[in-house]
Design a protein around this ligand. Structure first.
Ligand code: KG4
Ligand code: ZN
Length: 361
């Protein structure tokens, strides 16, 4: 069976639309991305050093229709070809989410098609299955999935394909989260201290390539193997103090690459050590890393080199870079999986769908 799903993502500072084809029968399932159009608001928020919610929602209003038009154009499909629409309705900036949700509701109503509400993190997890035949990963469950983004550092033990996820999958299978800052938030806050533009994760990654990762000793919080939690706020404080010291002695510019490499190593080590604990504790056969921080080159490099010693049977799965940061293809995919489970909304239930800033996971 073939279903075409239009996905819409507007939870933060990316306005994105995508059309995917879900090709499935009793034995196979494959999501093919037919188009992806994303407008990034990064330049708009850069002068403020972070995302300004009101600026984000106003800009989504302007870009959402051009993105949908572009996604349709690239795919060669028309609105009439769609089987359903999917939209991120939780969690995120509520004003930003509402732009996507209202647009999707209006379209679904006018087209008389089902609308699937999507949890943003289910979207990130779906990003590793885009353009992949699910039968290729059939033998690798349980899979540990690390969602490492600007807002989350969560580990999930995934026992089945996304199509078989129970409705409370995120709540039931979360085995670790951060006590304070998310990994991406730590990258961004430290990058801000160093004077990089927002969002700073990719800048630290790039600058670190010229530096030595053991040049500075930064803390790795919660080293006990018995603790399955992350914490990055201590690292941020240590980095702020060290940066101040370097500025005082006039060494800041010369040591910036070493500084970035050392900070990045501390974050990557913290992620890897808890990933290892979870793999062993829950007997995971495979590992997927998703979310914006999964784009980090050092994280990819270290995991590619050490997956066997983590007890895994296969190299870790990463989404292709264009699907690592926020995008609508992953939302369309998660929507297609939920659609197949019968979670498309119609009528009253569709019209009363709301955006939720902080749903209980
Ligand atoms: O998933 P995402 O696009 O948005 C959220 O759902 O939060 O993730 C954005 C985060 C930002 O914190 C950004 O700095 C980080 O991903 N990021 C990176 C890299 N590219 C993006 N962090 C480290 N290294 C990178 N190469
Ligand atoms: Zn995200």
């Amino acid at each position: 069976m073939q279903t075409y799903v239009l996905g819409i993502e507007s939870s933060c500072d990316e306005c994105s639309a995508s059309i995917v084809l879900h090709d499935h029968d009793r034995h196979t399932s494959r999501i093919k991305v037919l188009s992806l159009a994303t407008y990034s608001q990064v330049a708009l928020h850069q002068p403020y050093g972070g995302v300004v919610p009101e600026v984000a929602s106003r800009n989504h209003l302007e870009s959402i229709h051009p993105m949908i038009d572009e996604a349709l154009r690239q795919s060669g499909k028309s609105l009439g070809d769609l089987s359903a629409l999917a939209v991120t309705n939780r969690p995120g900036l509520v004003g930003a989410l509402l732009v996507g949700v209202s647009t999707a509701k209006a379209m679904a109503y006018a087209l008389q098609k089902p609308l699937v509400p999507v949890h943003h993190l289910e979207g990130h997890i779906a990003s590793v299955f885009l353009d992949v035949d699910e039968s290729q990963v059939a033998a690798e469950f349980p899979m540990l999935v690390a969602v490492v983004s600007g807002g989350h550092t969560n580990l999930y033990v995934m026992k089945t394909f996304p199509e078989l996820w129970p409705i409370d999958f995120l709540k039931k299978s979360c085995v670790a989260r951060s006590r304070d800052d998310a990994a991406g938030e730590a990258f961004d806050k430290i990058a801000k201290i160093l004077g990089f533009p927002y969002p700073g994760g990719a800048w630290i990654d790039k600058t670190a390539r010229e530096g030595k990762e053991d040049a500075f000793k930064f803390p790795r919080a919660l080293p006990q193997k018995s603790v399955l939690e992350f914490s990055f706020s201590g690292l941020k404080t240590a980095a702020a103090l060290q940066a101040e010291q370097l500025r005082k002695t006039g060494e800041f510019d010369a040591r910036l690459p070493d500084f970035c490499a050392s900070v990045q190593e501390a974050i990557v080590d913290a992620l890897m050590s808890k990933v290892e604990v979870a793999i062993r504790q829950f007997g995971c056969q495979s590992l997927a890393i998703v979310g914006g921080v999964s784009a980090n080159s050092r994280l990819r490099e270290k995991l590619a080199a050490s997956w066997k010693s983590l007890g895994l049977h296969a190299p870790p799965l990463f989404p292709p870079l264009q699907y690592a940061t926020d995008n609508a293809a992953m939302i369309a995919a998660a929507g297609a999986y939920r659609l197949r489970q019968g979670h498309g909304l119609h009528g009253e239930a569709m019209l009363t769908l709301n955006a939720l800033a902080n749903p209980e996971l």
